[in-house]
Ligand binder design. Structure first.
Ligand SMILES: *[C@@H]1O[C@H](CO)[C@@H](O)[C@H](O)[C@H]1NC(C)=O
Ligand SMILES: *[C@@H]1O[C@H](CO)[C@@H](O)[C@H](O)[C@H]1NC(C)=O
Length: 204
């Protein structure tokens, strides 16, 4: 074999293996592209086709499940008749007694449907609510309850009665009496007429 023939043969075999390499790379790229496409199609199918909802945890914490709405009577003032009337509202009430009390008293503070007056002074906040072993409910209001009150014997009586009626209506078996607190302290009176230094029952 001459040097020229050797060079030619070498060249052609080098050309052939280069071709193989190019084909190999092309095949790999095609395979990768195909794989990626199939993966994307599969993924888009997953996001389009609705799958069964995940099963509910068997030992779910009952407080995690939203409770069905319950009817709650909030005692508001009928401005025509000037009497407190139970106004029915629906609330999803907390299972825990103290939190439920807090929810209902807060609802009483906030609710003002047309044709009714709320007897709780605007801006009042329920700071805390708790119930002791004697079934006394302690309701700690912000000072708006006293500072923001319009005053007068009738108005004072209406405010306190609205709170008591709403609480006793919602908790007939759980709460016997209510102690009103303002900013964490017992108060002698709201605006001077009612004695609030002791837990209250309904004045009949
Ligand atoms: C308020 O009381 C009056 C008189 O009893 C009654 O006619 C009216 O329907 C009451 N208003 C509401 C909103 O219940
Ligand atoms: C409020 O009631 C308590 C307990 O009954 C009593 O000791 C206190 O003197 C009363 N306060 C007023 C101002 O009547």
């Amino acid at each position: 074999m001459s040097d020229t023939q050797e060079a030619v043969k070498h060249n052609s075999s080098a050309g052939f293996s280069r071709l193989l390499v190019i084909w190999g790379i092309t095949l790999v790229l095609v395979a990768v592209g195909l794989g990626a496409t199939l993966y994307l199609i599969e993924k888009s199918k997953q996001s389009v086709v609705p799958t069964a909802p995940p099963p509910l945890p068997i030992a779910a914490n009952p407080s995690d499940i939203p409770p069905p709405p319950q009817e709650v009577n909030l005692f508001l003032l009928n401005t025509t008749a000037l009497t407190l009337v139970p106004v029915k509202t629906e609330r999803r009430l907390h299972a825990e007694l103290t939190k439920r009390l807090s929810q209902i008293v807060t609802a009483l503070i906030q609710e003002t449907p047309p044709n009714f007056r709320n007897t709780i002074p605007r801006g009042t906040v329920l700071n805390e609510a708790y119930i002791d072993s004697q079934q006394t409910a302690y309701l700690d209001f912000s000072s708006h309850l006293t500072d923001g009150h319009i005053g007068g014997t009738t108005a004072e009586l209406l405010t306190i009665t609205a709170i008591l009626k709403t609480v006793f209506d919602a908790f007939p078996d759980e709460i016997e009496q209510v102690q009103i607190l303002v900013d964490g302290e017992e108060v002698k009176t709201l605006v001077g007429h009612l004695n609030l230094s002791q837990p209250l029952h309904l004045f009949e």
